[in-house]
Write a protein that binds this ligand. Structure first.
Ligand code: ZN
Length: 258
C-alpha cells in the first residue's frame, strides 16, 4: 500500500458497503475521480473514528487516503469543509446538484483531474441556493463541463477552419461545435445570433453574477435544448437524474429560438 495522499474532493456517489463502511466515488482536486473504501465511516459514535460522520453526497472534504494497487483505495481520514446544507432541504436545488454530480461522473474517468471545473462545481452548488437563475447556472455548468472535457471550443471561431465566425452565419453542430457557412453540413442548424449572444454571456460572466442575468426564460430554454442535445451526444449514457430536471416555466417550452 502506498504513502498516504492528502487532497480535497467532492463526493459524487456513495454506497453503504457494510454495517460500518461506505464506498464513495470522489472527484479529487489532484487525482481526478477515485473510488474509496471508508472503513468505519458509518460508525460515528467512536471517538477513535477518523470520520466525524458518514461521507455525504455532494460534500466537499479534506481527505487523506492510501492508494492501493486495485482501483479501490482506502480512505484514512475525511473532514467536511462544505456540506451545502441549503441544497438538502430544497428538492429542486437538490435534483440540479445530483445532475451535476452525475454529469461529472459520466464525463470524466480516473487519473484525469480537472481542478478548474471542480472549482466551478463548488460555485454552482453554492449558487443553487440563491433560488434564482437556475437554468442560467445549469447551462453554464454544462457548457464548462463540455469545454473542460475537450468538446466545446468557444463561440468566436469556426471549429473546423478556425476563421472568425460572422454573426448571422453561424451553424450549430450536434456536438456543440460552431461552424461557419462554408464548413457546415446539411444537418447543421443555424444558431440564431441572440442565442449565440446568450451563450457568450452565460460563459463570460463571473459565476456570482449568473443568478441576476436578465435573460428571457424562453432563450434559456432554447439554450438548454442545444446543450442537452450535445450532452446526450457525447455521453455514453445519459444520467438518470436528467429526467427529473425542470426545463423551466412550462409556458416557455415551445421556445421561439429553438
Ligand atoms: Zn469554417
Amino acid at each position: 500500500m502506498g504513502r498516504p495522499i492528502h487532497t480535497r474532493g467532492l463526493v459524487l456517489r456513495r454506497t453503504d458497503w457494510s454495517e460500518s463502511s461506505q464506498i464513495v466515488t470522489i472527484d479529487t482536486r489532484d487525482h481526478g475521480i477515485i473510488d474509496l473504501l471508508a472503513k468505519g465511516s458509518r460508525r460515528v459514535a467512536r471517538r477513535s473514528s477518523s470520520f466525524a460522520e458518514p461521507l455525504d453526497l455532494g460534500g466537499w472534504y479534506d481527505l487523506v487516503y492510501r492508494p492501493r494497487s486495485a482501483d479501490l483505495h482506502l480512505a484514512v481520514e475525511a473532514r467536511l469543509i462544505e456540506g451545502f446544507p441549503h441544497l438538502r432541504d430544497n428538492l429542486a436545488a437538490w435534483l440540479e446538484a445530483c445532475f451535476a454530480l452525475d454529469l461529472i461522473r459520466a464525463a470524466f474517468t480516473g487519473g484525469d483531474p480537472h481542478p478548474e471545473l471542480l472549482r466551478s462545481t463548488l460555485s454552482y452548488l453554492k449558487l443553487l441556493g440563491v433560488g434564482r437563475g437556475r437554468l442560467a447556472l445549469r447551462n453554464r455548468f454544462a457548457l464548462e463541463l463540455l469545454h473542460r472535457s475537450g468538446v466545446w471550443g468557444g463561440w468566436e471561431l469556426c471549429a473546423t477552419c478556425q476563421r472568425p465566425l460572422v454573426p448571422g452565419e453561424v451553424y450549430w453542430h450536434v456536438t456543440a461545435a460552431l461552424l461557419c457557412g462554408d464548413c457546415r453540413s446539411g444537418s447543421d442548424r443555424s444558431l440564431p445570433e441572440p442565442l449565440r449572444r446568450t451563450f457568450l454571456e452565460l460563459t463570460a460572466v463571473a459565476w456570482g453574477n449568473l443568478p441576476s442575468l436578465a435573460i428571457p426564460e424562453a432563450t434559456l430554454v432554447a439554450a438548454w435544448n442545444r446543450v442537452r442535445e450535445a450532452l446526450l451526444h457525447h455521453l455514453e449514457r445519459a444520467p438518470r437524474s436528467l429526467r427529473y430536471l425542470r426545463v423551466g416555466d412550462t409556458s416557455a417550452t415551445s421556445a421561439p429560438l429553438g
